[in-house]
Design a binder for this molecule. Structure first.
Ligand code: CMP
Length: 156
């Protein structure tokens, strides 16, 4: 099982889309093991978006992410990083496929509702930034696990 970090950005909160976006992940079968609503400090986003530091959109990006509360999620599942990235869709919401979260709910490149870790290394780093303490993660066993996955093939 793999874990990934998802951020529901200030535009998702302002537009009243938190419940509907969260439902997409739940309905897919991803397990929610971490959840918090918080206005995170600027330093958290400077670390989170350090790879974009030299890009022209970086100052506006940090300003936007610190403009209000963000919902941070930890989702768990088989190949969770790739599965979540596919559900979220392309970065530019106008180009994101219908059926994806950005494709269905957004029109913007920058205000694109959701962030999702793009690989194993970034997931590890981002999880440690937004969920630094082990007791912020709540492991549990879904009663549906044996129906979500084929136990013989996928849960060995
Ligand atoms: P995210 O998946 O959180 O990763 C980096 C973020 O920077 C991205 O979503 C957008 O919110 C923003 N972003 C990336 N590229 C651009 C761009 N060309 N113009 C404006 N914002 C961008």
């Amino acid at each position: 099982m793999e874990r990934t970090l998802v951020l529901l950005k200030p535009d998702a909160l302002q537009r009243g889309l938190i419940g509907r976006i969260l439902a997409r992940f739940e309905e897919k079968g991803l397990k929610l093991v971490g959840l918090k609503l918080r206005q995170f400090p600027r330093a958290t986003f400077e670390a989170h978006y350090a790879v974009h530091k030299e890009r022209p959109f970086y100052p506006k990006l940090v300003q936007y992410m610190t403009s209000g509360p963000v919902v941070a999620l930890v989702l768990e599942g088989k190949d969770a990083i790739e599965v979540v990235r596919k559900l979220v869709g392309k970065t530019n919401s106008r180009q994101a496929e219908p059926g994806t979260i950005r494709g269905d709910f957004g029109m913007s490149f920058s205000n694109n509702l959701v962030h999702a870790s793009d690989g194993a290394d970034s997931a590890k780093l981002e999880l440690s930034l937004f969920f630094p303490n082990a007791d912020e993660i709540a492991p549990w066993t879904p009663a549906t696990l044996g129906w979500l996955y084929n136990v013989e093939e996928e849960l060995r």
